[in-house]
Design a protein around this ligand. Structure first.
Ligand code: A2P
Length: 338
């Protein structure tokens, strides 16, 4: 229950998008009154209406909003919008929780997963702009944190299997339309994704940086270091788009500074707030993306020691990328600072 938001005026920027709509659902689940919530999107959506707890909330054109009317802005309308409007909102006294990657690696901007590094907020003078980490990063650090506390991270190799909703509504629409096209034995022409996504996987998310990693991979590597304060740990990531609507998976191999005890690893994961272990391979008990849809927890499965390395562990983690990977984490942050 996010009680602290009950009396706050909140604006959702990007309210018509996949993450914006998920934010609205979470606010409704927490019975935040409709009169405290405003919705903004592009001029294309201005005047449209979204249902909220029996009320109709009208979507306004972002460019016409007066941020002085709001205490909290939940931003999820893309990097350029955050770059332009977050400073305007801050100037007007509205605290911004930004879901885009724009501000995440700024030295003076906190990058927060409440269960993992909420205490870091105190280190920052400016608490008017807080960044929400990358979706896959959030779920991975939720699992890494208790293991780091136990054994000390040394090296991380991560591979992601990311749902199309991570690319916004256009990503989901393309998966759906391509699936129908393939099923009717016609040829697909990729549009939003660079390759066919239906019945396929794509080892590229976001554009390529000069170092041949994609920007999505660099987000995972750099943000994980910032959140866990592990600058000396070697991290590599490969980020892959898969034909799934909701639910990201990350396969993680970790080498630690200390010898691993498997049972303590499992116990510490299961006891960590926001993480649930589902791991009974004999009975085929492990998490898949569909199991994580609309759930708040990050699920960890397939936890196993490396057969030839007492210091290494592999696991599989799954989360709802729209909830803990985006909207829920942002609202959790908003609730602790309001
Ligand atoms: P709109 O629906 O009016 O285009 P998603 O990530 O699911 O694609 O959603 C992106 C969100 O960002 C949508 O709510 C979208 O609004 C919003 N958005 C995109 N461009 C702008 C803009 N120029 N000004 C305000 N909101 C924008």
């Amino acid at each position: 229950m996010i009680v602290s938001l009950l009396n706050c005026k909140v604006i959702i920027v990007g309210a018509t998008g996949r993450v914006g709509r998920e934010m609205l659902s979470i606010l409704a689940e927490n019975r935040i009154p409709a009169e405290n919530i405003s919705l903004a999107a592009s001029s294309r959506s201005a005047g449209s209406v979204l249902k909220y707890m029996g009320s109709n909330l009208e979507v306004a054109d972002l460019s016409a909003m007066n941020f002085a009317d709001y205490e909290i802005g939940l931003f999820s309308a893309g990097r350029e919008i955050s770059c332009k409007y977050a400073p305007i909102a801050n100037e007007a006294g509205c605290v911004v929780i930004d879901n885009t990657s724009y501000f995440r690696m700024f030295d003076d901007v906190p990058l927060i997963v409440p269960e993992v590094n909420l205490a870091d907020l105190e280190k920052y003078n400016n608490k008017k702009l807080i960044a929400n980490p990358n979706c896959s990063t959030i779920q991975m650090v939720m699992a890494l944190k208790p293991l780091h506390d136990l054994f000390g991270l040394k090296e991380i190799v991560a591979s992601t299997y990311q749902a199309t909703s991570g690319a916004g509504q256009k990503g989901v629409d393309e998966l759906m339309s391509q699936t129908a096209i393939v099923m009717s034995a016609k040829n697909v022409t990729p549009s939003h994704f660079k390759k066919q996504i239906a019945f396929n996987v794509i080892p590229q998310i976001d554009s390529f940086a000069d170092c041949s990693y994609t920007k999505e991979e660099l987000k995972m590597m750099n943000e994980t270091k910032k959140i866990l304060e592990i600058q000396d740990v070697k991290i590599t990531a490969t980020c892959v788009r898969v034909p799934v609507v909701v639910g990201h998976c990350v396969s993680v191999f970790v080498r630690f500074q200390n010898r691993v005890d498997l049972e303590s690893a499992k116990t510490s994961l299961d006891e960590f707030n926001g993480v649930k272990v589902i791991d009974d391979p004999q009975n085929f008990e492990f998490a898949t993306p569909i199991d994580a849809v609309s759930k708040d927890d990050v699920f960890v499965s397939r936890i196993r020691k490396h057969p030839a390395d007492d210091y290494a562990l592999s696991f599989w983690c799954v989360g709802d990328n729209l909830r803990k990977g985006a909207a829920l984490n942002a609202i959790q942050i908003a609730s602790v600072i309001s």
